[in-house]
Design a protein around this ligand. Structure first.
Ligand SMILES: [Zn+2]
Length: 399
């Protein structure tokens, strides 16, 4: 069975150390390179879809979380607060309050809406030691997050737009969700806001899900509103939530957000919380398992391994790797050990392309490419081989 924890360590993607702490994995250069490619792709996808990216701090005052409702409804997932000077600071468990205050930091008009604020930023949750492990559940989280501030009559179109963008991102990354779930309010008092607000938010999400096959899950909503959960399954068939869309009337009221409407009056925006692919941690845990470590070329940690057959071809191999790096690819030279062992190692590392340079190729500036699937291409000029790899390494773009 494919286990992302074992494979992630074998492929030098991520690891952990008891001295850093449980649930606090670190990304090795290979994993960090793959993640950077995915983050850049997401940034571009969002930019073209009208999102505005921001940066905000991973800390905030306790008072802010009391206003947002986190302090009352979400305390068990938060780290204890820290006293610094006269302030009481909290590591943020989500980015919503920061983005609400970014909205509030400028006067907004109906012409600014929908305002889509995005950030791939850190947040921290105090997951109990029993449930943490690998990349699936961690205490330090990098979430692909955004909050759409819009008028009430824009919510359905915005949610539908997020669903389309999600499908595009999932297809580009090479996976399909296992199911869609509409998570609703359950029994108990851990929910903020009134009944009318919950009914309206749930109705808006149902409308956006028209034509989608989904199940309803009472008791799985966020404390501030219902949500669409996009589920993934691990190799044992256990489901977890990767991506979400949430409709929230509560936090805009809690922070007294408003905009100038078309009649010159004051109106309150709705907040749509969304993540296209969830946290980088859970996403990569899933991608490692789905692809068995053989990522699509565009986010493979190393895209080309250059293999000089003998020492005499070292110079040509280094020149090719340097040209590949210059062309924007991730390439390295593998020169240690027998050529057979190196070819096998390239396959075991799941590197998409091996470029063999022997005594026949080097004098004429040629390279013989071996594809990850075992296909071998006759030797041809280095520039043509690099063009092929660059084409394959381009992230998919449907629009
Ligand atoms: Zn949020």
């Amino acid at each position: 069975m494919v286990d992302h924890r074992r494979l992630g360590r074998e492929l030098d993607l991520f690891d952990s150390d008891p001295l850093i702490g449980a649930g606090l994995p670190f990304w090795l250069p290979g994993g960090a390179a793959a993640r950077h490619a995915v983050e850049s792709y997401l940034y571009e996808l969002e930019r073209r879809a009208g999102y505005r990216h921001v940066h905000s701090p991973a800390l905030g005052k306790r008072q802010m979380y009391e206003m947002s409702g986190h302090w009352r409804n979400y305390a068990e997932d938060m780290w204890p607060s820290m006293r610094v000077g006269g302030d009481e600071l909290v590591l943020r468990p989500s980015q919503c309050p920061h983005h609400a205050l970014i909205f509030k930091s400028r006067q907004r008009s109906y012409r600014d809406l929908p305002l889509r604020i995005a950030e791939l930023g850190p947040m921290y949750r105090s997951e109990r030691s029993g449930v943490i492990g690998g990349l699936g559940r961690v205490r330090s989280i990098q979430l692909n997050d955004a909050h759409i501030f819009c008028a009430r009559d824009q919510v359905s179109a915005e949610v539908a737009g997020v669903l389309r963008l999600m499908r595009e991102a999932h297809a580009a990354l090479g996976f399909e969700p296992s199911s869609y779930r509409l998570s609703l309010r359950g029994e108990g008092g851990k929910y903020a806001g009134d009944d009318a607000m919950w009914d309206l938010a749930s109705a808006l999400l149902r409308e956006a899900l028209d034509g989608v096959d989904y199940s309803e899950a009472p008791g799985e909503a966020a404390f501030y509103g219902p949500k669409i959960d996009v589920q993934i399954a691990d190799p044992l068939g256990r489901e977890s939530t990767l991506a979400t869309i949430q409709v929230d009337f509560h936090q805009p009221a809690a922070f007294d957000l408003e905009y100038v409407d078309a009649r010159g009056g004051r109106s309150r925006p709705v907040m749509v919380h969304r993540s296209l692919v969830g946290s980088m941690e859970r996403l990569f845990g899933h991608l490692i398992e789905v692809h068995r470590g053989a990522f699509p070329v565009w986010y493979a940690p190393v895209q080309l391994a250059v293999l000089p057959v003998g020492e005499e071809q070292d110079g040509a191999a280094r020149a090719l790797a340097a040209a590949a790096v210059e062309a924007g690819l991730r390439a390295e030279v593998h020169a240690e050990g027998s050529i057979g062992a190196r070819v096998r190692a390239v396959a075991e590392r799941k590197i998409p392309y091996g470029g063999v340079i022997g005594s026949r190729e080097a004098p004429d500036g040629l390279v013989a490419l071996r594809h990850r699937d075992g296909r071998q291409v006759p030797a041809r000029p280095v520039a043509a081989a690099l063009d092929e790899i660059r084409e394959a390494a381009r992230p998919p773009r449907s629009r």
